[in-house]
Design a protein around this ligand. Structure first.
Ligand SMILES: *Cc1c(COP(=O)(O)O)cnc(C)c1O
Length: 380
């Protein structure tokens, strides 16, 4: 690759491993599932999965079956890490998942029927985890339908087509400490577990804790915690504190090379729509990255970038491939780094700062960094 790439995301795997260890220390009695869905929140799934396993993750969490199968195809075997995958649609690929030793989540009878059929077809026992909707209202089985799902799973287990390896759920508001739904969901999860226990199912793992719950709700840790964003060194929400305050270090640094530096007169329009007009004669720097790279256009006029020792704001619209910063007379050389976000060592903004500028969450900032941006994995 070009030694001075247009734009590049450095991924610090040593930071990722340290974050995994820091999170494990918060939940010392629970197994650790590293959530690596969506290309590890934009950080590159396979290297991040391997680094997490090295740091003690015994499970990997994927949303789609394709992601789960890609982990196995990369050579991460069941002896190294169990893989759970939860976002299924009718048609599978159930059989491929069973044969790859992937644990599959079941939220309803249709899924149980499809996975048991696939298990019979390939003559293997499917490892399934029953997901309860304890109040999130997304996937998961409603309390009214839970006893029936448990009963049918028990029958399938007796028949040898499935093994229920887990029972689990997901919080809606764990990132808002004290939100009344947290206690309600915890109670609903206990009730779901009681029904499972009374039916005689003995799952290996019960789990409900995402990053914010891992950080703030020790009572939610059960047998396994499932952090995603915190493993990438990012605070789940400004309310919970900064990365540093939580003992985490951001893993991704996004840097571009200035593509042009030029003098312009006063009242010069900048970018589409002329939403920025130079207030006086100044210098402009061209940052060669835009929404085609996942830089949110919504941060036009506000997205922060460290250039030549100072924070600058995206002047005017962020375009598909480029945006401009007003350098206020400074004249850095073409090719100088423009650091959009990183851990902050050099005084650069964070993904959280971009989230604020774009009126979104830091999860979206890192996850949407596009495929046109090379990931360079360091400290592997
Ligand atoms: C994404 C996801 C997680 C991880 O959430 P974070 O807030 O990133 O820790 C855990 N569990 C499920 C079901 C998820 O979809």
């Amino acid at each position: 690759m070009n030694e001075f790439p247009r734009v590049c995301a450095q991924i610090d795997l040593a930071a990722l491993r340290a974050n995994v260890r820091a999170l494990r220390a918060r939940a010392p009695r629970s197994a650790f599932m590293a959530v690596v869905k969506a290309d590890a929140y934009g950080h590159g799934m396979i290297p991040c999965a391997r680094a997490a396993v090295e740091a003690g993750a015994s499970w990997l969490g994927a949303a789609t079956p394709e992601e789960a199968l890609a982990l196995r195809a990369a050579g991460i075997g069941p002896g190294e890490a169990r893989v759970l995958c939860w976002l299924w649609t009718p048609g599978g690929p159930w059989r491929e998942a069973i044969e790859a030793d992937v644990d599959v989540s079941v939220s309803g009878l249709w899924a149980l029927a499809e996975v048991t059929a696939a298990a019979r077809e390939c003559g293997r026992t499917a490892r399934i985890q029953l997901k309860a909707d304890t109040g999130l209202g997304r996937n998961g089985c409603q309390p009214a339908d839970w006893p029936r799902l448990v009963e049918e799973a028990l029958k399938a287990e007796a028949e040898g087509t499935v093994k229920v390896t887990g029972v689990w759920s997901h919080y809606a508001c764990a990132d808002e400490p004290g939100h009344p739904s947290i206690a309600l969901q915890s109670t609903a999860f206990e009730e779901a577990l009681r029904i499972v226990d009374e039916a005689g199912l003995r799952p290996e793992v019960r789990h409900i804790a995402n990053s914010p719950a891992t950080l703030t709700l020790p009572g939610s840790h059960y047998d396994l915690v499932r952090p995603g964003i915190a493993m990438y060194g990012i605070s789940p929400s400004p309310e919970l504190g900064t990365s540093a305050g939580l003992g985490l270090r951001p893993v991704m640094t996004l840097t571009a090379s200035l593509a042009q530096v030029k003098h312009v007169p006063a009242e010069h329009g900048v970018s589409y729509g002329r939403h920025y007009v130079t207030p006086r004669a100044t210098t402009l720097g061209l940052v060669p990255a835009g929404y085609g790279d996942g830089i949110p256009r919504h941060a036009s006029g506000s997205g922060p970038v460290l250039v030549a020792g100072k924070w600058r704001r995206a002047a005017g619209r962020i375009a598909m491939d480029q945006f401009v910063v007003d350098l206020a007379g400074d004249e850095p050389a073409v090719g100088e780094p423009a650091v959009l976000f990183g851990p902050g060592d050099g005084g650069e903004p964070s993904a959280a700062d971009w989230a604020l500028a774009a009126d979104t969450i830091a999860y979206e900032i890192v996850t949407r960094i596009g495929s046109r941006v090379p990931r360079v994995h360091m400290n592997g």
